[in-house]
Design a protein around this ligand. Structure first.
Ligand code: C2E
Ligand code: MG
Ligand code: MG
Ligand code: MG
Length: 290
């Protein structure tokens, strides 16, 4: 009996693998039409500066609304898009869309910097800096309002070339942030060579602040960042405890569900309005306590 069960489990396991493969193949095929059929949209998640008690900007996060399968996470389709090369037109669309949104906010009188995730694949294609410049010109967006988030995996690529490209992008006035810092391929050895402005501490660290060894690592990262004149922003901030610990350690900018989940463009205005009031209340309370 046990043997039979084992055999069944083996079959189920195999079937599951098969389903995954099938889904991947389907997504691969459907990605071809997704842009043309306007199936992508962006969500915006706030970043909060606890020191100034002000909104520090928004991160644009891509979503794919698949006609049959519903909303698909970028964690699932970005790697596929990277394999197939679709990542290039998708990133162009995303970058332009995010810049248009940022410009819209500005025209309404709200200045919120915007961050866009850029796959390292984009550094391997044509001139990324030229493309970023052309989008900024087209949208007439102040380059200082744009930040690109890149990941550590770039250490696997031609570092000299990436450094040059990053320099060209920064020369435009655009900021560069190292996303998911501390996970994956560690780029600590490259940090002093990379022309970047900030580090985003991966949410694994935020979720493990009670562990003394993890605190020690964050402490060291913050110290290193300070000496390298890099700003640090914490991801995955979900609770008051997270904020207290991170502030104690000297991290001042936070992003996570505690402040706001990624939201649709039309919900941003309300969120901003509500949180301006909240920020004013906070300041008023602090002042009255003094
Ligand atoms: P990321 O850039 O590190 O983005 C943060 C992810 O963490 C987002 O997931 C966000 O919804 C989630 N998150 C934010 N706060 C919290 C929190 O407090 N708790 C928890 N548990 N999660 C939180 P999302 O939107 O599913 O994106 C996943 C990843 O997909 C992103 O990670 C980024 O690497 C990639 N991605 C998203 N949009 C794009 C894009 O336009 N282009 C590229 N190349 N990659 C993208
Ligand atoms: Mg990011
Ligand atoms: Mg991140
Ligand atoms: Mg992350």
């Amino acid at each position: 009996k046990a043997k039979g069960l084992g055999k069944n489990q083996y079959c189920v396991y195999n079937d599951t693998m098969g389903m995954k493969e099938i889904r991947k193949m389907e997504l691969e095929k459907d990605l071809q039409r997704a842009l043309k059929d306007k199936q992508f949209y962006l969500m915006y998640q706030p970043k909060w500066n606890v020191k100034t008690n002000k909104l520090a900007g928004f991160e644009a996060l891509l979503r794919w609304k698949h006609p049959r399968l519903g909303v698909i996470s970028p964690a699932e389709f970005i790697p596929i898009a990277e394999e197939t090369g679709h990542i290039v037109p998708i990133t162009r669309w995303t970058l332009e869309q995010a810049c248009i949104q940022c410009k819209e906010w500005q025209e309404k009188g709200d200045i919120h910097p915007i961050s866009v995730n850029i796959s390292i694949r984009l550094f391997q294609t044509d001139k990324l800096a030229d493309f970023v410049q052309s989008v900024l010109e087209k949208v007439e967006l102040d380059p200082n309002l744009l930040e690109l988030e890149i990941t550590e995996s770039m250490v696997l690529f031609d570092v000299e070339d990436i450094v040059r490209q990053l320099q060209s992008i920064r020369a435009l006035g655009v900021k560069i942030s190292m996303d998911d810092f501390g996970t994956g391929y560690s780029s600590i050895g490259l940090l002093d060579r990379l022309p970047i402005d900030s580090l985003k501490l991966d949410r694994l660290f935020t979720n493990d602040l009670e562990t003394p060894s993890k605190r020690a690592i964050i402490n060291a990262i913050l110290l290193m960042a300070e000496n390298l004149h890099l700003d640090v922003i914490a991801e995955g901030v979900e609770s008051r405890e997270h904020i207290e610990s991170l502030t104690q350690l000297g991290c001042n900018v936070m992003q996570g569900y505690y402040y706001g989940k990624p939201m649709e463009s039309e919900d941003v205005d309300d969120w901003v309005k509500n949180n301006k009031e909240r920020a004013l209340d906070f300041v008023a309370n602090t002042v009255s306590e003094l």
